[in-house]
Write a protein that binds this ligand. Structure first.
Ligand code: HXC
Length: 515
């Protein structure tokens, strides 16, 4: 064959590969309101930067007549390209080919890309649209999945891993995204280990795919997903924005952006944001937005455990992770779910050199059997552990309450936080005044002529003594009491001081975080 003919042959094969499962299946995909794998790549990557790898890979299954059904690329499109100029690796499951199901060859393509992204130190993005293990392949596909899972674990904390679910993500398909750093789910997509039919057979429970594992469920109930997007376009925008806050790998910093916001900007409204009454709620996200650059807060897990806020922002153009108790939801109490949410976020920031700023207004841990039986001790310990082991620069601001164990947990000085601020409105004590008085003076109040009056007097006295930051500051557990209005410049200045911080943990195989 002449070279001219060889080139022609290549072009024909390339054309064929581009069609995936064929025109009919592409039309069916569009009819469901879904884009194809290649359309998704086009939407996500900078124009003209995608380079496909392993376009001609096919499966090697011969059972069930599969030897006569070979499709170039075999159901997953893999390659690399750029997003806003930064390198990424990407694999996109192609539902038009055998329902996006995973064969051994398909898994090998993903593994090769995972190894590549790890060596090159660039984030890897997986777009999920798959019916799970390719049933015709049996154990070969299970082996393939496990090879992918192993690499998810090896990549964890070295390169950011992001998953976006844009269709079914069933059976074995769920565990790879579950081990990545962030999951975005587009409305209409679903994730479950076993589908509605199996659920019905096993438990007689009747549920739809959406009810079992839709974007709403995994964002608000299970916490499996971090973001919900109304459309694939919105999902793609979320990936781009998320990437802008995180570095390429664990040895790099996130590239700063040219800041628009004034470093010295004060905000007088912050002086009035904490209500005089200790039990009145206020919105911590307002505090956060008034402090960060341009009020641009990128919230993570927005719909899950809303009593704790986590997300990314910038201070003077540099990426930071924000954690904040939310007094507007359950009075900002810590519970089993919010503790886990916080722990996961703190650990991500610590893996990827992103300084953490913690805003504290927490009345304690949520009491009750649901919490105790649900493992609030273990989960609270996760957050505590995550803060204690982290070595990234950390700043804490206590805006109001910091009571009991929750004081310890929420990036207190004792967890190696670098700079601890408190507002004059801070109240730091072993527990709230009402509870403390009831325990300390139980008999005295019971025997009093006017128990109500005495109780109030004792509560006032206790509040007077502890509902301020001065005792804590006198012990050096707070570095400075600052005016709320000056929070932004004080944090930026502190971040500059601690940005080259070096801290280590004792050498060991790994710690044993209470999972
Ligand atoms: C092989 C599959 C497949 C699979 C779908 N297809 N899933 N082929 N293996 N796992 C094929 C279908 O046969 C069909 O081919 C085409 O993909 C499109 O599928 P449809 O069913 O027509 O599409 P839809 O109605 O949209 O339903 C999508 C779906 C459904 C909900 C994902 O296909 C489904 O329930 N699939 C099986 C899901 C599942 O139970 N997976 C678990 C596998 S076991 P034709 O040629 O007919 O159009 C597993 C365990 C691994 O994953 C554990 C590892 C740790």
């Amino acid at each position: 064959m002449k070279i001219k003919d060889k080139i022609k042959h290549l072009e024909e094969l390339e054309k064929q590969a581009l069609l995936g499962g064929g025109k009919e299946r592409i039309n069916a995909q569009h009819k469901k309101g879904k884009l194809t794998a290649r359309e998704r790549i086009e939407l996500l990557l900078d124009k003209g930067t995608f380079r496909e790898t392993d376009k001609f890979v096919t499966h090697s299954c011969t059972d069930f007549g599969m030897d006569k059904k070979k499709i170039l690329g075999d159901g997953v499109v893999t390659g690399y390209g750029r997003i806003n100029g930064r390198k990424v690796c990407i694999f996109v499951e192609d539902f038009t080919v055998f329902g996006g199901s995973l064969s051994h060859a398909y898994a090998e393509k993903i593994c090769k890309l995972q190894d590549f992204s790890l060596r090159m130190g660039c984030p890897i993005i997986g777009i999920k649209d798959s019916g799970g293990a390719r049933i015709q392949e049996g154990v070969e596909s299970l082996a393939g999945y496990t090879d992918v899972f192993l690499r998810n674990v090896m990549s964890s904390g070295v390169v950011p891993q992001i998953s976006a679910v844009m269709g079914p993500c069933a059976g074995g398909a769920v565990y790879s995204p579950a081990m990545t750093d962030f999951i975005i789910m587009v409305k209409g997509s679903y994730m479950f280990l076993t589908g509605p039919n199996v659920v019905k057979a096993a438990t007689h429970e009747e549920v739809t795919s959406e009810e079992l594992g839709g974007a709403g469920v995994h964002n608000a109930k299970s916490g499996v997903a971090h973001f919900s997007a109304d459309s694939e376009i919105e999902g793609v925008e979320l990936i781009k924005k998320l990437l802008s806050f995180i570095p390429q790998n664990n040895l790099e910093d996130t590239p700063p952006i040219e800041p628009n916001d004034d470093v010295n900007r004060m905000n007088k409204k912050l002086d009035e944001i904490v209500p005089d009454s200790p039990n009145k709620p206020y919105d911590m996200s307002e505090v956060i937005k008034k402090v960060i650059d341009d009020g641009d807060f990128f919230e993570i897990h927005e719909h899950y455990a809303k009593n704790l806020i986590v997300g990314f922002a910038r201070m003077n153009g540099k990426s930071v992770g924000i954690v904040g108790n939310q007094p507007a939801v359950l009075a900002g109490v810590l519970d089993k779910d919010s503790s886990m949410k916080g722990a996961r976020f703190v650990r991500f920031c610590d893996c990827f050199n992103i300084p953490i700023i913690t805003f504290v207004d927490v009345p304690g841990f949520l009491p009750g059997t649901a919490q105790e039986w649900g493992g609030v001790i273990k989960n609270g310990a996760k957050l505590l552990y995550a803060y204690c082991e982290s070595t990234v620069p950390r700043i804490t601001i206590i805006t109001r309450k910091a009571y009991g164990g929750a004081y310890c947990v929420m990036s207190s000085k004792h967890t190696r936080t670098d700079i601890n601020f408190a507002w004059p409105s801070a109240e730091i004590a072993v527990m709230g005044p009402e509870g403390a008085v009831k325990i300390l003076y139980k008999n005295k109040i019971k025997d009093a002529k006017n128990p109500k009056e005495l109780e109030k007097k004792l509560i006032d006295e206790y509040t007077e003594k502890f509902a301020n930051p001065f005792i804590t500051a006198s012990k050096g557990y707070i570095d400075a009491i600052i005016r709320p209005s000056e929070t932004r410049p004080r944090i930026i200045e502190a971040l500059q001081v601690i940005e080259n911080k070096r801290d280590t943990n004792p050498p060991r195989k790994h710690g044993n975080i209470p999972l």
